[in-house]
Ligand binder design. Structure first.
Ligand SMILES: Nc1ncnc2c1ncn2[C@@H]1O[C@H](COP(=O)(O)OS(=O)(=O)O)[C@@H](OP(=O)(O)O)[C@H]1O
Length: 334
């Protein structure tokens, strides 16, 4: 059955398995796979969670969703949003060894919805009450994959994106480093890049992913906040205040005078998180924690991508993004 039609009300294990087996698949790096679901390449390992999220997750007004395409600043946004939301309970400071960021990778503090739901048997409608009590969730799915209940509720979505050149480069490094078993399909950077440009990528095509949230943020700015990694790097404090305000927990004047904003910025900086023992060791979702922290630079693409690769991505950006008023200033690292 093609998944263009409305999802059935009474799905069952067999129906979901039949659907999944009918969807196009591609091999991905080192033995993992991608499944084409509703025109997006979903990691095959999470496809059941993505379908369950779309069909059954009950969004609540209190939910705040952190959304992103992989390698665009997800880990950073999770650390910032968690620190902002729980600042009364956990004093944000690099000197506070009891802060959860000192003992947990940001991905452990803000769970990915599709990964949580993936643990459910296919076709089973899980009891979401335990999940929906949590306020902060994350997801890599495009905007229109979110269930109707989220669109209908007052829940808010914060999307972070990044210029596609640095995103492609960061993805390449991640997959090249990731300590995965398997071995099938170890591509060269050129092959990886070729696939990225064709849209064959984790939750690709990147242009449709970005545009789904960009359009939603233009239509419903009070519900969808669209952030760029580059802006967050340029002025983290200013954007952190935007995030707090959007989440409904703005910083008071006293907090600002007390340096709370600066403390969160420092605590969530790449240089601080990278050096924490918890992020140097251990793993999550089968990836070593340290692989989530690399250089974090804007414009590192200039050190790796050839002029023809740059031109190709610039052309895609012009064709796909310009008609919708979405632009990236391409800065090179010196
Ligand atoms: N705290 C902080 N500040 C700034 N930058 C950070 C931070 N944490 C991670 N990073 C950089 O973000 C890149 C990883 O992207 P994601 O976190 O989206 O990856 S993932 O989707 O969660 O796997 C990856 O970028 P590159 O260094 O360019 O590869 C990380 O280094």
């Amino acid at each position: 059955m093609a998944e263009n039609s409305q999802p059935p009300n009474n799905d069952n294990q067999q129906e979901i398995e039949e659907l999944i087996s009918s969807l196009p698949k591609e091999k991905w790096w080192r033995g993992s796979g991608l499944t084409l679901y509703q025109n997006f390449w979903v990691p095959s390992d999470f496809i059941r969670g993505v379908i369950t999220l779309r069909r059954h997750f009950i969004g609540r007004d209190s939910n705040i969703l952190l959304a992103s395409k992989p390698k665009t600043g997800t880990t950073w946004l999770k650390a910032l949003a968690f620190s902002v939301l729980h600042r009364a309970q956990f004093r944000p400071s690099v000197a506070n060894a009891n802060h959860p960021l000192c003992s947990s990778n940001p991905h452990d503090l803000v769970p990915f919805l599709e990964i949580m739901l993936n643990g459910q048997p296919a076709g089973h409608v899980p009891d979401m009450s335990g999940f929906t009590d949590l306020q902060l969730f994350a997801t890599h799915v495009p905007y229109h994959f979110l269930p109707e209940s989220i669109h209908q509720s007052q829940s808010r979505v914060i999307y972070i994106c990044r210029n596609p050149l640095d995103t492609a480069l960061s993805s390449w490094h991640f997959w090249a480093q990731a300590n995965l078993e398997g071995g099938a399909g170890d591509w060269s950077m050129e092959e990886f890049f070729e696939n990225f440009c064709k849209g064959l990528d984790f939750y690709g095509p990147f242009w449709d992913h970005l545009l789904s949230y960009w359009k939603a943020s233009c239509e419903r700015p009070e519900r969808v906040l669209f952030l760029k990694y580059e802006d967050l790097k340029e002025d983290t404090a200013r954007n952190l205040k935007r995030i707090a305000e959007f989440m409904g927990v703005p910083f008071s004047k006293e907090e600002e005078l007390d340096g709370v904003v600066d403390q969160i910025v420092e605590m969530c900086s790449l240089s601080n998180l990278k050096e924490l023992d918890v992020n140097k060791t251990g793993d999550i979702f089968g990836y070593e924690n340290k692989t989530f922290f690399r250089k974090g630079e804007v414009g590192d693409w200039a050190n790796y991508l050839s002029p023809s690769m740059v031109e190709r991505l610039e052309n895609i950006m012009k064709e796909k993004f310009s008609p919708f008023g979405l632009y990236f200033t391409l800065k090179k690292t010196s």
